[in-house]
Design a protein around this ligand. Structure first.
Ligand code: AMP
Length: 430
């Protein structure tokens, strides 16, 4: 059997692993996740967790039956007696809105801010930053249409970027208006493009009938050349009065708060339940076609899933893509900490005692111990290798007296600490 992980997946590895690049370093992954969590929790977001697999129909409705994700990229879950009714989730929003509706979360004070993180699955063509199992942090706000919520949501993404220390990120902002605006725009596109069908790619020919807006998103160079040549007007020109006022308010808040953004007419979300604000964050280190993260308002989604009308908005970052951006910018992440204290016995009869002292001290800090007796030189070398802050050895003298000589590995300074005071000592160092 080949020891080979499936294509499009990654192992996230511990410190000191051979050939450890930042994008597969578990501590960097945790740093990104913790940073995002801190930012979202400071905004009042509550954690929610949903299953990794869901009913295929939920995902079909939630993501859209006409999207590549649903048509080509689903991992179907087969198990005994129930074939194909479930899929591995490709994103988080549909599950969170399902959980919100199913569990009566409407009774909680609105707007309700929720966040989650975890693996997502899409059977994509694998390339840099495009995996089959990747990880998102996901933020959703349910129960408000206020443009202030849109602006706050975008601000939070910007705050994550800032706290990570990234400088080369650009926010691309758009609005896709209300359903009636989109209908007008789609009619405009159909009329304009109908005369040039023969020049469209096959995918776009197909979209012209069903979902013309998505032609603007086409990856085909021919389609893009045609769009440029015809001088196709952007969706933004077609916003109705209310959507225009909403979009103006969002931009006003962002400008006031110092979040830089570029208006980008190419941001399109073709599905019916998307409303108004849509945005993406981009970074050169990830590639021009791939976003670091993105979000949008989806006031029609809850009803589309069969629930009540509940307005919502949300975003997701791809953790692996944030790691690629950090790597590209050479951002120095904080070095992962080792134990506060490393204890080693000098002789076999004190190994159990050293272990007991370490186990008891763990309620105060991370404490590790040696599983066999070590000579003093080896004990301190081992402590150093584990990046410990302090180290102490326990021989017959320490065992009898109940006092440890605790050595700082940074300065070499030693200090006598009685075993009964060890927890207090460790808490003071924190
Ligand atoms: P989406 O749900 O498609 O809007 O994606 C949200 C974010 O998830 C993107 O901006 C990426 O950061 C990340 N993402 C989406 N698909 C992939 C993938 N196949 N591999 C890695 N990250 C992805």
């Amino acid at each position: 059997m080949a020891l080979q992980r499936p294509k499009g997946t990654q192992d996230h590895l511990p410190e000191g692993s051979p050939k450890l690049s930042l994008d597969v370093k578990a501590s960097a992954f945790a740093f990104v996740q913790d940073t995002a969590r801190r930012v979202m929790e400071r905004a009042g977001a509550e954690f929610i967790a949903t299953p990794l697999f869901e009913e295929a129909e939920l995902v079909r409705r939630g993501v859209g039956g006409s999207t590549d994700i649903v048509r080509k990229e689903m991992f179907t879950v087969y198990y005994f007696g129930d074939h194909g009714g479930y899929v591995l989730r490709p994103e988080g929003t549909a599950s969170i809105v399902r959980a919100y509706l199913q569990n009566g979360l409407r009774q909680l004070p609105a707007p309700l801010k929720l966040w989650t993180h975890g693996p997502m699955f899409r059977a994509e063509n694998v390339q840099k930053g495009r995996l089959r199992q990747f990880h998102q942090v996901d933020y959703e706000v349910l129960g408000s249409k206020d443009p202030l919520i849109d602006a706050e949501s975008i601000w939070l993404m910007w705050e994550v970027v800032r706290e990570l220390g990234l400088s080369g990120v650009r926010v691309k902002l758009g609005s896709i208006g209300d359903p009636a605006d989109r209908e007008t725009y789609n009619t405009y596109l159909q009329e304009l493009l109908a005369a040039h069908v023969d020049r469209l790619s096959d995918d776009s020919k197909d979209r012209l009938g069903r979902n013309p807006m998505r032609i603007l998103d086409s990856k085909s160079a021919g389609d893009q050349a045609l769009i440029a040549e015809l001088g196709v007007r952007p969706m933004l020109d077609f916003l109705g009065e209310e959507a225009r006022a909403h979009f103006g308010a969002v931009q006003g808040y962002l400008s006031d708060w110092g979040v830089p953004f570029d208006l980008d007419p190419s941001i399109v979300r073709g599905l019916d339940y998307y409303r108004r604000t849509a945005w993406e964050l981009h970074h050169e280190g990830v590639g021009a076609k791939s976003a670091l993260g993105g979000g949008g308002r989806y006031d029609g989604l809850a009803a589309q899933l069969g629930g009540a009308e509940v307005p919502g908005i949300g975003w997701a970052f791809g953790i692996e893509r944030l790691l690629l951006a950090l790597e590209a910018e050479g951002v120095q992440l904080p070095a992962p900490e080792g134990p506060a204290l490393f204890l080693a016995a000098l002789d076999e009869e004190n190994v159990g005692l050293a272990a007991r002292i370490a186990l008891e001290a763990r309620s105060a800090a991370r404490v590790e111990f040696a599983y066999r007796a070590l000579k003093p030189g080896n004990a301190f070398r081992e402590a150093d290798r584990r990046r410990a802050r302090y180290a102490a050895v326990i021989g017959s003298e320490e065992a009898a007296g109940g006092v440890l000589n605790v050595k700082s590995l940074a300065t070499g300074a030693q200090r006598a600490v009685s075993v009964s005071e060890l927890r207090t000592f460790l808490l003071e160092q924190a």
